[in-house]
Design a protein around this ligand. Structure first.
Ligand SMILES: *Cc1c(COP(=O)(O)O)cnc(C)c1O
Length: 386
């Protein structure tokens, strides 16, 4: 199969030689029947783990009726998911698409269209060093990391890069063309870096004073990942637009943006659309995920187990950071995160990496303390700690 893959697939991923065949809860099984504890969950996607009974049932039942119909017609579960998202955030309206990049692309287009409608020539968006917003041309431009830009010039106009957690660097970039800031409140791909509270407070104030839209990329942090439904709820702020994807469908591709009413109204018919966006299958899945994540005690458990994980990782003596079940551990320069990942895999544990030296833990949100202990025990063997 690996030979076949190299013959027929683009070679744009550094894939590891494992073939997973089924999953149950927080565990995966490969084609030889070997069991793995999964602390990566398809990169912060599988919020409810594998083969969650309600999710599996809902998807199977929906597949036997209608998978897709297009947005030329109303789609009941899409309306219901929009209601849940709106009522549990800052109100406003929801647009559905299929991925994180697409949701940020929609967010960027909406920002531009909003100021166009206001007849203001404002289109610049300030993003942050170390950010990750996707791989389309606009979202990769928003991604303020040169390694993602190489070979793709000319990039999209209108993006400026500030230093994360540095308010002066933002102030220096504001012009009469500034339309929005776009920020991850915990940078994911960039190394699991949480924004500090004072910085966000000042940034929010700065935006309000200058009529700049405060938009948040919650593609990774959203849907309970940080112990609240949305990461912005840890801060004393109300964003204008947020983008969602990863955890929202529990593994079924779906993206969304939520925008305040007076901003959302700039997307009139013909301005933006998505063929698959919010179709039956994906919104039926999202409805189950949201109902579970919002069920009594669920988010408290995420916070509790997240704290437990951070405490447990301290035994290694390396810096541990993150919010809820989005946790990073910085290894010394001499230890490659990817090498650690390869070794833990051999011992039946899947961890993620973020950058060269950071281990990333984004397990299913249903993980228990006992499973955290199991993961830490395997890490101890790999990192030679007793
Ligand atoms: C993963 C991610 C994206 C891109 O999502 P895709 O579904 O891969 O397009 C965008 N922003 C953040 C914060 C992400 O973590």
């Amino acid at each position: 199969m690996i030979e076949k893959a190299s013959k027929y697939l683009f070679q744009n991923y550094g894939r590891l030689p494992y073939f997973f065949e089924k999953g149950e809860g927080c565990y995966l099984y490969d084609d030889k029947g070997k069991k793995y504890l999964d602390m990566l969950s398809g990169i912060a996607v599988n919020a409810l783990g594998y083969n969650h009974p309600k999710l599996t049932k809902a998807i199977c039942e929906q597949a036997s009726k209608i998978i897709h119909i297009s947005n030329l017609f109303y789609i009941k579960p899409q309306i219901e998911v929009a209601k849940i998202l709106s009522e549990n955030s800052f109100g406003g309206k929801v647009f559905f698409c299929n991925s994180g990049a697409e949701s940020n692309e929609a967010l960027i287009k909406l920002v531009r269209r909003y100021f166009y409608d206001k007849k203001q020539e404002r289109y610049e968006i300030i993003t942050f060093e170390g950010s990750f917003h996707g791989r389309t041309l606009a979202t990769v431009t928003a991604t303020a990391q040169p390694k993602y830009h190489e070979g793709f010039y000319p990039l999209v106009e209108g993006f400026k890069y500030a230093k994360f957690n540095d308010i002066d660097s933002v102030k220096n970039l504001i012009t009469d063309k500034t339309a929005a800031i776009l920020i991850e409140l915990v940078q994911g791909e960039g190394g699991v870096n949480p924004a500090n509270k004072e910085f966000i407070k000042e940034l929010y104030k700065l935006c309000k004073e200058n009529d700049i839209l405060f938009t948040v990329d919650e593609v990774q942090t959203g849907i309970g990942r940080t112990g609240k439904l949305f990461a912005y709820q840890h801060f004393d702020i109300q964003p204008d637009i947020i983008s969602l994807a990863k955890g929202l469908g529990g593994g079924v591709p779906i993206g969304a943006i939520i925008a305040k009413d007076d901003i959302a109204k700039s997307f009139v018919p013909g301005t933006h659309a998505s063929t698959f966006g919010g179709n039956y299958l994906s919104t039926v899945a999202a409805k189950v995920v949201l109902e579970e994540v919002l069920s009594e005690g669920f988010l408290d458990r995420v916070q509790k187990v997240g704290e437990y994980l951070k405490e447990a990782l301290k035994i290694f003596g390396y810096p541990v950071k993150g919010l809820g079940l989005m946790v990073g551990m910085d290894l010394p320069q001499s230890i490659s995160a990817k090498e650690v990942m390869k070794k833990t895999l051999e011992k039946g544990l899947i961890v993620g990496t973020a950058g060269e030296n950071t281990l990333r833990f984004v397990p299913p949100l249903i993980i228990t303390e006992k499973e955290v202990d199991e993961a830490v025990d395997i890490l101890k063997e790999v990192l030679n700690v007793n």
